[in-house]
Design a protein. Structure first.
Lengths: 475, 359
């Protein structure tokens, strides 16, 4: 690796001693590459980047960072959609965790996989597929290039498995994390020397839960054990449009109550339904059913069709491919939409109960089209929702697409994007499941005071010098 | 970014070796953006990042956003070269091309040395465009191609003044310097009905870059794999010998992703009696570059060889094959270098060599 810098900093030498000189850089051409993630957040250039190769190296780095009060920001593939993997403070050390990319164990008897945090979903799924497995949740909206550590740190969800498996974090059994002080701990059953990796809540509490979805504020996740399921052999698909919101909601509820779908997605609002199916209806639903037994899959499809008909649903053709690769197509769809528009995108995904979907959509329509007048700036809006945890609860996602090269449009898009966080929290009660800086600065100050105080207390206890991702949660 | 059920995850071999984000697509896009927004000025270190890409196109093909990354990389290289940040190794071959019409610093007068004993018909409407690598470094490929053409009684000709196709210059940011070469070769192609080439780089350049640069100058160019397949299909070429080898096929990027030719080489291989083909992972449209392209072989020799060793030689050995077959002389050279470095007994041959062996 070529560097223009004649003299290395003292910090460079320290980190190079730990992780090797080929794994540390303070070269501007490298630092710039770590200045953004997949969000519209502005570029923030770190002080130095290190690629540690083990939890032990991370432990050493954190001890040094503590001694010298260096801010430390963990980063996987950098696909966070809200400013979760960039240096909010210019003096930061970026911990690029992608060297931690190994599958450590696939257990046929515990039905678990243990992998290092920096492995991508693509690599993990590739290894699991060789043995006929996948986790119930299998890949983020960013596609398979995101890392598992990033996904569980942000409690990432997407339509690939979320209806059954919830978020990435919900599929975790045990974790290995490095605390800011440098201690390496294991959670759940793995906290006992002979415990193994089979149970999440043990030994006095859900300690993994502290770190799941916490965006690397309390610790660095270095290893995770996930639940596994068999790759299904058969699949069936369907899509229906409904005349009334309540009909669609009843259909969704029936599907969840009967635990039929592998994936159930809602297309909310007349604009979205028109765009997808060219009909003027308030809501549509599409579903995937999977299983190992063809007859069971076919029977479930019959039931799903009958539930839709009971609510006067009309079947429509959907573009999802009726193949085993359906989820890969869906996983890549945002980028495809961005390609269609040739625009930058901003994501504002959050959780809502099913009953609030009509209100959420009405709020979004009013905010984006009437209040923000996005059409005047040629800002495009795409909305959708997917069921999670086999519950009447949704991940609801309005995404904006805009011409990033036009400063006027960029400024407006930022206003729209940033403003929506505030709007949806304060109107219909959106609940963000992930907290990049975009979400956090609007959400954390609004938490009930005792909850906020508890978070600050927890942070002080675990990270007394506030070195891990300082400022991300506003503290 | 990924489309396969089992999650194809290897996209950029440079990223796998170098690690930092600055060595692959998203990092390079941020570098380009900072340069365009004048928040960064070119440096030799930046040039090293930008030039350490084989322009294999795998990131482009897997980019859900469908950004034409290759064009951006080549434009960045052009700007860097114009600003004086081109690599010395590339500047040397630019000089070589200007002086002797090849990037290997070989004499122009030696270009046809390989053809000793080959009967050349100077009137044929079929031109075999040999390319610099087969002319100077991998002459066995040129000879095997010519023998297949002779064996099947084709009236072919070889240009007595063939110049570099321009690919090395275009890929490394010296577009302006390539114009003279392109005009010369196009003029030489004027009376031809068909041009065949055994080089993936020449193929992509003549077929796709020439029309763009020379204002719609389209030529009927076929890669040897396509031409040999047509000979098999029309009955002109029959195989009389068995070639008992277990092989894997390496897709050269400029032929596969660059030219869309995936099946022809495999069909030819399947036609050869005795050959057993095993596909390495990843393969076809997901195949990884051997490490040689885009000026990396000349600019970063160790990186090029290491990539071939990690992603071609080792996987082929694990696959249990004894030969890697390819359809590009440049890929062949790099994989041979890697096999030697790794101490591997695996053989690397061009498809035309196996074809000739079976005739």
């Amino acid at each position: 690796m070529y560097s223009t810098q004649g003299t290395r900093s003292e910090l460079y030498n320290i980190l190079a001693n730990i992780s090797g000189s080929g794994n540390v850089t303070e070269e501007p051409a490298d630092l710039i590459s770590y200045s953004m993630d997949s969000s519209p957040e502005p570029a923030r250039i770190p002080r130095i980047v290190v690629r540690p190769g083990s939890a032990d190296e991370i432990s050493q780095i954190l001890r040094i960072a503590n001694r010298h009060r260096y801010p430390v920001v963990p980063r996987g593939a950098g696909t966070c959609a809200g400013g979760g993997a960039t240096a909010l403070q210019g003096d930061s050390i970026i911990l690029d965790l992608t060297r931690l990319n190994k599958v450590l164990e696939i257990s046929d008897i515990d039905l678990t996989v243990t992998a290092q945090a920096g492995i991508t979903w693509g690599a993990l799924l590739h290894e699991l597929a060789k043995k006929g497995y996948r986790p119930p949740f299998f890949s983020t909206e960013s596609g398979f290039s995101g890392t598992i550590g990033g996904a569980i740190s942000s409690a990432s969800m997407a339509s690939q498995g979320a209806t059954v498996g919830g978020s990435a974090a919900d599929n975790v059994v045990t974790l290995e994390v490095v605390l800011p002080t440098g201690d390496i701990i294991r959670t759940g059953s793995d906290a006992l020397p002979n415990g193994g990796k089979f149970a999440k809540i043990c030994n006095g509490g859900d300690f993994a839960g502290i770190f799941l979805g916490s965006m690397g504020v309390y610790a660095i996740i270095t290893e995770a054990t996930f639940k596994l399921e068999l790759l299904p052999e058969y699949s069936a698909f369907g899509a229906y449009v409904f005349d009334r919101w309540e009909d669609g909601i009843n259909f969704g509820l029936k599907m969840i109550k009967s635990k039929i779908p592998e994936t159930l997605n809602a297309i909310p609002g007349n604009r979205a339904v028109k765009k997808s199916y060219n009909v003027d209806k308030p809501v549509a639903f599409k579903f995937v059913i999977e299983g190992d037994d063809k007859a069971i899959v076919e029977r479930k499809k019959e039931l799903a069709d009958s539930y839709a008909r009971e609510e006067n649903g009309v079947e429509v053709e959907d573009s999802i491919k009726k193949t085993k690769e359906w989820w890969a197509e869906w996983g890549n769809r945002l980028n495809k939409i961005a390609a269609k528009y040739e625009m930058m995108w901003g994501m504002i995904c959050h959780r809502i109960p099913l009953k609030k979907l009509p209100e959420a959509q009405a709020t979004a329509d009013e905010y984006f089209y009437e209040e923000m007048k996005i059409d005047e700036y040629n800002i495009k809006l795409e909305v959708g929702a997917y069921f999670t945890d086999m519950r009447p609860a949704l991940g609801y996602y309005p995404y904006i697409f805009f011409d990033d090269s036009d400063p006027k449009v960029r400024k407006k898009a930022w206003e729209v994007w940033d403003g929506w966080f505030e709007k949806c929290i304060t109107t219909y009660g959106a609940c963000p499941y992930w907290l990049g800086y975009g979400w956090a600065r609007h959400t954390v100050p609004k938490l009930r005071t005792p909850v906020y105080n508890m978070m600050v207390t927890l942070k002080r206890a675990l990270d007394p010098n506030n070195i891990l991702n300082p400022g991300l949660f506003t503290f | 970014m990924i489309r396969d059920r089992d999650g194809t995850y290897l996209i950029c071999p440079v990223r796998e070796i170098m690690g930092f984000e600055s060595y692959y697509a998203r990092g390079r896009m941020l570098q380009a953006r900072h340069i365009l927004e004048r928040r960064m000025t070119p440096t030799p270190a930046l040039a090293e990042r930008v030039y350490s890409c084989m322009t294999c196109g795998n990131c482009k093909d897997h980019c859900g956003s469908e950004i034409d990354l290759m064009s951006i990389y080549e434009a960045m290289r052009e700007d860097l070269a114009n600003a004086g940040f081109g690599l010395d190794e590339h500047k040397r071959f630019v000089e070589g091309v200007e002086e002797n019409r090849n990037p290997y610093l070989e004499l122009k007068t030696d270009r046809l040395k390989w053809a000793s004993g080959i009967k050349l018909d100077n009137e044929g409407k079929l031109i075999y465009f040999v390319g610099c690598t087969s002319s100077y470094r991998r002459q066995e490929i040129a000879r095997a191609t010519a023998r297949i053409l002779e064996h099947t009684n084709r009236d072919f000709r070889i240009l007595d003044d063939e110049w570099c196709c321009g690919s090395p210059l275009l890929r490394t940011g010296y577009k302006k310097q390539s114009l003279e070469l392109i005009q010369h070769n196009l003029k030489a192609f004027q009376d031809a009905e068909t041009i065949i080439t055994s080089c993936a780089g020449c193929y992509k350049t003549i077929k796709f870059d020439y029309p763009k640069i020379a204002d719609g100058a389209e030529t009927n160019v076929l890669h040897t794999s396509e031409y040999v397949l047509s000979l098999i299909k029309d009955g002109s070429l029959e195989f009389n010998k068995e070639v008992k080898e277990v092989v894997t096929y390496h897709d050269p990027c400029h032929l596969s992703r660059g030219g869309g030719v995936y099946e022809a080489p495999r069909e030819v291989l399947k036609s050869i009696p005795g050959i057993i083909i095993k596909e390495m992972y990843p393969t076809g449209k997901n195949s990884l570059c051997c490490g040689a392209g885009g000026g990396v072989k000349s600019g970063f020799k160790d990186l090029a060889v290491r990539i071939a060793e990690e992603f071609k030689i080792k996987p082929s050995e694990e696959l249990g094959v004894n030969t890697i077959v390819t359809t590009c002389p440049f890929c062949k050279t790099n994989m041979i270098d890697a096999a030697v470095k790794a101490g591997s007994k695996i053989g690397v041959v061009d498809l035309v060599e196996l074809t000739e062996k079976a005739m």
